[in-house]
Design a protein around this ligand. Structure first.
Ligand SMILES: C[S@@+](CC[C@H](N)C(=O)[O-])C[C@H]1O[C@@H](n2cnc3c(N)ncnc32)[C@H](O)[C@@H]1O
Length: 272
């Protein structure tokens, strides 16, 4: 069970710690959400699970109770020391005291291909951290607490304002299942933005864009109101030239805006 609001306040006082807004320190105090996160990720004994920002250790303890081997990364030195004290009693907890942008998968062993990610993310780093995960070995499952707007961007379909580069990269590799909105009262302190619990499952044949194509798609979406043919002409790289010549065979209207081109069509361009 997670700590209640008063137990959370007591523990914070004991640690002499005030929650830091810039590190997104909104701690989970709702048992149903913790349970739901583990249930969605189907966490089982022996699973290797990466957790970003263990904080006071609520999700961490639930993962350990389920028998998982947890690879956690905590940036805050005070909370890091607190989680370290859990790790001294619990050999299945591996903690990196550092920044998840430097250690997106914590100390997950290099040769380990099969792992999951379960985290109540610090919202400020979710997109750069996700970009780093997508460049790495892909987890079989990600169950993530995210800022609502980020979850909407990740789940967005072509033709919507939220559809962008990150939506394409995620949809190419994962089935992005509908998220659940989570009330602010499930956290202490209450966040001043909306939250969504999102679940992503790796596709049987996940597709990944080459680094130069990833960069090109990012650049293209910086000018999302322009037509794809003029954006590709302006980009002047070999990849852009190839894509320009392949628009028709990928079924893309040269006057289409980037946000009107769906993930499958971007994949067709990359395969051209
Ligand atoms: C939303 S809280 C989640 C805490 C805890 N997992 C829970 O659910 O109650 C985010 C956590 O991420 C940590 N954090 C913030 N930025 C980080 C970063 N760049 N790298 C690693 N941890 C970070 C915060 O210190 C905090 O512990």
């Amino acid at each position: 069970m997670p700590l209640s609001p008063s137990q959370t306040r007591d523990l914070l006082e004991q640690l002499g710690h005030r929650p830091k807004k810039q590190l997104g320190q909104n701690f989970l105090i709702d048992g149903n959400i913790v349970r739901k996160s583990l249930e969605l990720a189907e966490v089982a004994a022996g699973d290797h699970v990466v957790e970003i920002g263990p904080g006071l250790g609520t999700l961490t303890r639930a993962l350990l109770d389920a028998g998982a081997i947890v690879h956690a990364v905590e940036k805050d030195p005070v909370l890091g020391t607190h989680v370290e004290s859990i790790a001294t009693e619990e050999p299945r907890l591996h903690l990196v005291k550092g920044d998840a942008l430097d250690y997106p998968l914590g100390d997950l062993p290099e040769d380990l291909q099969d792992y999951k990610i379960v985290a109540n993310l610090p919202y400020a780093i979710s997109t750069p951290w996700m970009a780093a995960v997508l460049e790495n070995r892909l987890p079989s499952v990600m169950t993530l607490m995210l800022q609502k707007e980020a979850a909407q961007r990740y789940a967005a379909k072509a033709g919507t304002k939220q559809f962008g580069a990150i939506s394409i990269f995620l949809h190419a590799a994962f089935d992005v299942l509908p998220g659940h909105d989570v009330s602010g009262s499930c956290f202490y302190p209450k966040p001043d933005v909306g939250s969504t619990l999102m679940h992503l499952r790796r596709k049987t044949a996940p597709f990944r864009f080459k680094p130069e194509s990833t960069q090109l798609i990012r650049e293209i979406f910086q000018q999302r109101r322009k037509q794809i043919s003029s954006l590709l002409r302006k980009a002047k790289s070999d990849t852009a030239t190839r894509w320009l010549e392949s628009l028709a065979s990928a079924g893309i209207d040269p006057s289409a805006r980037p946000e009107q081109i769906d993930t499958q069509q971007w994949i067709s361009l990359e395969k051209s």
